[in-house]
Design a protein around this ligand. Sequence first.
Ligand code: FES
Length: 102
Amino acid sequence: MPEITFIEADGTARKVAATPGESLMVAATRAGVAGIIGECGGSCMCATCHCYLEAGTLPPPEELEAETLEFNAENPRPESRLTCQVVAIDGMAGIVLRVAGR
Ligand code: FES
């Protein structure tokens, strides 16, 4: 089962187990990671699942994710990701995501 590390705003590192096929936002909200809200339910609209990729490699954002980051996220950076658009897969390892502040 893929394990993702989320770093909350106060610096707390939380290791979260994700089920393959679910989004990292779903895994994070289930685990109660502070700052990941998922207000739009994962439809790539609200940017309340915004994180910065600090370690590991992910496929690049699709166009809709990139647009939502550009127009709806606060303080977007090149390493920004919307975790509702990142699907957990077997073999995913070493992913560290810092929760973006609001
Ligand atoms: S949960 Fe709304 S954009 Fe990710």
